[in-house]
Design a protein around this ligand. Structure first.
Ligand SMILES: [Zn+2]
Ligand SMILES: [Zn+2]
Length: 157
């Protein structure tokens, strides 16, 4: 009978190929491969699993949601965003203010209705914007932004 990997003292990681003690592997209660319950040792060590996880979109969305929620709590903003909300919003594509393409490093989340005007931190109120467009909009509502831009255009346009 084949010995359960979870009963070994050491096991080899299928990713880094290193022999490690089994506490370096995650123990699972279900095996998708064998479709059965029991005690199963991951084929990859925790270190290798973490490296892959940090490159995944799940990790990115979880990290971003956490950062947004933490900031909201800090500044006393109401609402909450989940990694699922951010996944739905997807990766930065176009800036919702100027309509031009955004590169990843230049993208920020903006509150369409600012906190100042009781805007919530929620999926409906969050959009991708350019860093620069976000600076221009600052804490204005869209209506206030248009009024300000008209004034600027009249003055210098
Ligand atoms: Zn490994
Ligand atoms: Zn823009």
């Amino acid at each position: 009978m084949k010995k359960n990997r979870a009963d070994l003292v050491k096991a080899r990681c299928c990713k880094c190929k290193k022999l490690k003690s089994i506490d370096k592997f995650r123990l699972r209660k279900y095996s998708p491969a064998q479709k059965s319950k029991g005690r199963y040792l991951s084929s990859w060590c925790k270190k290798c699993e973490n490296i892959i996880y940090r490159k995944s979109s799940s990790y990115r969305f979880t990290k971003s949601a956490h950062a947004l929620n933490r900031r909201a709590k800090f500044v006393g903003e109401k609402g909450k965003i989940t990694p699922v909300d951010l996944r739905k919003l997807g990766d930065p594509d176009k800036c919702y203010l100027c309509g031009e393409k955004i590169k990843n490093g230049d993208a920020e989340y903006d509150h369409v209705i600012p906190r100042r005007a009781d805007g919530l931190l929620c999926a409906e109120n969050i959009r991708w914007v350019h860093r620069r467009c976000n600076r221009i909009k600052h804490d204005l509502t869209l209506k206030e932004l248009v009024i300000l831009l008209r004034k600027i255009l009249n003055k210098i346009g």
